[in-house]
Design a protein around this ligand. Structure first.
Ligand code: NAP
Ligand code: MG
Length: 510
């Protein structure tokens, strides 16, 4: 009791206790930690190849909890020989089982995996939060349910591909090599694996080195679902293993989500190989607030847009474009709202902002923010207390930002918002599109016609109107320009895993 009272007192004097002007009393919360035991973290994890958990030949490497900097578990890493084994297993499974199976039967496995995720959702949420640093309320309410939804959705497609407008006999591509990042480890695995399997492909996938655990729990779920051996293979390791996998001559399709720098390398190395490629890369989204917007609602959307998942979101609304006439009001309300965000232990159910995923990412955020200071932007930082241990960065807002500054051009991938202003819709469009990226955008206005006009003019794969960061497996997600190409989700996402180029594939296309 004494401890929690002290914690309350601390909270009261910090972020959780700050008072919104005009409100009667500060909100205070007692600590509400989720139990780490629910994660059932094992001391050591193996890779998953040909239906079995096996030791990799790349040695054991620890994965850490970024909120404590302590070791969570040892993970056995793959060598290139293990990738060869995994690709061979995937090819064998494709030739002997998966390509011969009916869509109806494939769909049953996907439904079972979806149910398995739902059944072990609490465990998965805890594993994700411990390995990644994201708040438990986000892994519990967003990452894990959306991952299950992707398997449910694609299970429904598996026996309906012939009605999807890809011809009467849509053909799979074969073996897909997939590489995913650390910001949504299980969700990105679901985005990759579910459509690949629904379309009839087999998979070799590499998670990010700092977040390998949740996909290895997913492997247990796939094993329990009776998924035939070799249909999904998971090779753990760092960038060299990813590079070896995407360049492997034994795969037919590459799906990559990660940084634009690595995406460019992959595109260069695959040019001329005939492999079908989708690249989901970085972003620098504009979240555009017009003077007729419902300001309080927009403030919530701005906060969600940049502080969800510590800003480690490719489609984060990292550039706020606010109409000049409402700038003061929006910034003042934004600071008040941000001051109430609770930063700290990601396992606490009341935490809004968790840990930055790695020391490297923290130094990148710190360095880019310092560039904002040096280039003359005005920095405001939330008064929230920051834990001494672990990788944390307080919510930060830069005003007086000009388009040429690095904080307006480069992806910070952290809880840092850059604010620019505009006077007319044309200026908003010009500034929003003035970026090498084109993944997402947000528009806040009460005028429907303006929403439609802006959506047409913005060069962004997704445009949210009066909301932000909405994800649904039925909706296609992907970018323009240096945000990559290809779509994930919906019917378009299936096309990335089907042979839509061959002559037979077009017969009878709708
Ligand atoms: P990253 O460094 O590009 O890493 C992504 C994945 O690629 C990791 O598994 C990484 O391995 C692996 N990798 C590294 N070098 C490689 C190479 N030469 N060949 C093949 N694979 C290689 O990106 P990140 O820092 O993990 O993730 C953040 C980036 O992802 C951000 O730019 C973000 O915008 C983007 N992202 C995009 C989307 C989208 O849908 N558009 C979604 C989420 C994230 P290791 O990490 O193990 O070294
Ligand atoms: Mg980790």
């Amino acid at each position: 009791m004494a401890d929690s009272t002290r914690a309350l007192a601390r909270r009261g004097s910090g972020s959780g206790g700050s008072v919104t002007p005009g409100s009667a009393a500060p909100w205070e919360y007692a600590p509400a930690p989720e139990s780490a035991a629910s994660g059932r973290i094992k001391p050591r994890y193996q890779m998953f190849v040909d239906g079995r958990f096996v030791d990799g030949r790349g040695g054991d490497v620890p994965t850490i909890n970024p909120a404590t900097e302590g070791e969570l578990a040892q993970v056995s890493w793959a060598s290139v020989d293990d990738v060869d084994d995994a690709v061979r297993a995937a090819r064998r499974a494709y030739n002997t089982v998966w390509s011969k199976m009916s869509g109806l039967a494939r769909g049953k496995y996907l439904f079972r995996i979806a149910r398995g995720i739902a059944e072990r959702s609490r465990e998965l949420a805890v594993v994700e939060t411990l390995d990644n640093g994201k708040p438990i309320k986000e892994s519990r309410d967003a990452d894990i349910p959306t991952a299950a939804a992707h398997f449910f959705y694609h299970a429904g497609w598996a026996d309906k591909l012939q009605h999807a407008g890809f011809g009467p006999h849509p053909k799979a591509l074969g073996v897909a090599g997939q590489v995913i990042p650390w910001n949504f480890p299980l969700l990105m695995a679901a985005w990759k694996i579910a459509p690949a399997l629904a379309a009839g492909n087999t998979v070799v996938i590499k998670p990010a080195e700092s977040t390998p655990l949740s996909i290895l729990v997913l492997a247990e779920i796939m094993q329990d679902a009776g998924l035939p051996e070799g249909v999904v293979n998971i090779v753990t390791g760092a960038g060299d293993i990813g590079a070896y996998l995407v360049n492997h001559p034994g795969i037919d399709k590459v799906a990559f989500t990660g940084s634009t720098a690595v995406g460019k390398l992959i595109q260069q190395s695959l040019a001329g190989t005939g492999k079908k490629v989708t690249l989901e890369l970085g972003g620098k989204a504009a979240n555009i607030v017009f003077d007729d917007a419902p300001i309080d609602q927009a403030v919530e959307g701005i906060v969600n847009g940049i502080f969800f998942n510590q800003g480690h979101v490719c489609c984060a609304g990292s550039r706020l474009l606010v109409q000049e006439s409402v700038e003061d009001e929006v910034i003042s309300k934004l600071r008040d709202r941000i001051s109430t965000l609770r930063l700290g232990d990601p396992m606490d159910k009341n935490t809004d902002i968790g840990a930055i995923n790695s020391a490297e990412q923290l130094s990148k955020i710190t360095e880019l923010s310092a560039a904002g200071d040096a280039e003359g932007a005005h920095r405001w930082t939330s008064p929230c207390p920051v834990p001494d241990k672990g990788f944390f960065f307080p919510p930060t807002v830069f005003t007086d930002v000009s388009q040429s500054m690095r904080i307006a051009r480069e992806e910070i991938f952290g809880p840092v918002l850059s604010v620019l202003t505009f006077r007319t819709p044309d200026e908003a469009v010009a500034k929003a599109n003035n970026t090498p990226y084109g993944l997402s955008a947000g528009v806040w206005t009460e005028k429907g016609s303006r929403i439609l006009g802006m959506a047409g003019a913005l060069r962004a794969g997704v445009v949210w109107a009066n909301t932000f960061n909405r994800f649904d497996p039925t909706a296609a997600f992907g970018g323009y320009k240096e945000s990559g190409f290809g779509r994930e989700g919906g019917r378009s996402g299936l096309a990335a895993y089907l042979d839509t180029d061959s002559d037979t594939a077009d017969e009878g296309a709708a």
